[in-house]
Design a protein around this ligand. Sequence first.
Ligand code: GAP
Length: 458
Amino acid sequence: MGTPTDSVTMEKIVALCKRRGFIFQSSEIYGGLASTYDYGHYGVLLKSNVKAEWWRAVVQERDDVVALDAAILMHPRTWEASGHLEGFTDPLVQCLGKCKRRWREDHLREGVEAAGGNLSAELRCPECDGELSEPRNFNLMFETHMGPIQDEGSRVFLRPETAQGIFVNFKNVLQFARKKPPFGIAQVGKSFRNEITPGNFIFRTREFEQMEIEFFVPPAEAEQWHQHWMAERMRWYTDLGIRPDHLTLRAHGADELSHYSSGTSDIEYLFPMGWSELEGIANRGDFDLTQHAEFSHQKLDYVDPQSGDRYVPHVIEPSAGADRGTLAFMVDAYDEEEVEGRERVLLRLHPRLAPVKAAVLPLVNKDGQPEKARAIYEELRRRMTTEFDTGGSIGKRYRRQDEIGTPWGVTIDHQTLEDDTVTLRDRDSLEQTRIAADQIVGELERRLGADWRSPKLD
Ligand code: GAP
């Protein structure tokens, strides 16, 4: 086996995603819709697994977080209270020269700074060097109207974060979930932002999925829980195979903090375009509950039944992107190596994330092998996502499975028909072991549950 390389580029990931049907351009037959993507079969399975592992870690394996699924459309007052109507803006500049492109002024400044340029010099259009307009604040929320009349009174917004659906349900959950701070509410769902400069494939899009927790704590415990969640969330990524040296925690400077935050640290990942935010972990203080209490005229504080203390809980918010996470897992798993003179492309995905866990492959498509293979497949697929593949040479079938990240291949050959054993091929080590056919389910379940480590971590 060759040494894992760091040869990954965004172009290679995009090409693999298209070639194998993970993710492709939306509305392709009409020429595509800018920076909007559709997930195909393997992409759906992969992203579902990312979300399932998130649910497992934050709800199933804890007893202080409950689940919620709030509507995307919310009462418009929500966005006044949250500050999004007023403050969820990016500074937009437009090229007044030839190309007329629009840019985020803060991104242009960051670019100048990163290149060691003069920050006090006039910014120019990076595309055509044209003069730029004065910046104007551009609100990122998508607007629509509810009902048949399109006026100010029917204006609603597509939520730009799932978080607000949690805050407005704080009282409901407190009543029905029989929880008291410290406790959290977790939600996964679509969010929408009319980003000025989407890009880098599914890294920044206008429609995306978030996985957010709002963790409500007594004010004095906020810092301790902020630390707790930073450690927990870092551990989640590395437990699922991301190389620790490709992850870092970066605290926001005072000038970067969102309007609600009294402290945020980003988990950054080393994407092909450089270190970029994967997840934000913010200390939102009592900002949201206080605002919603004021705007809704409802009491959103907590009264401790024992001590009688009344307080507005502070909120620690680990906020991750499901699409961005999926991209990071793919990038980190991507590998190329030479095996017996041929290049092999593979995704060394953690088995729990892999879209397909096992492929059942008869060596030849005759002599009763397909029938025997089919019986094993039927048994396996009741327990895990499994593919049955009889098409093409065995080498070609392995290559296909390697590219979609299938950790195990089960090969049926003439010996299977004699002694009821199969060959189990490991995607990463390429090791092949002979095992009794009736033990294959147990063996793969054992491996799925085992403390798997990517060879890249060794
Ligand atoms: N409730 C807090 C919040 O929304 P954020 O840092 O704006 O914070 C959290 O977003 C996460 O959502 C980001 O770390 C990223 O993973 C994901 N995200 C945000 N904007 C995105 C976009 N335009 N495209 C894809 N993912 C995005």
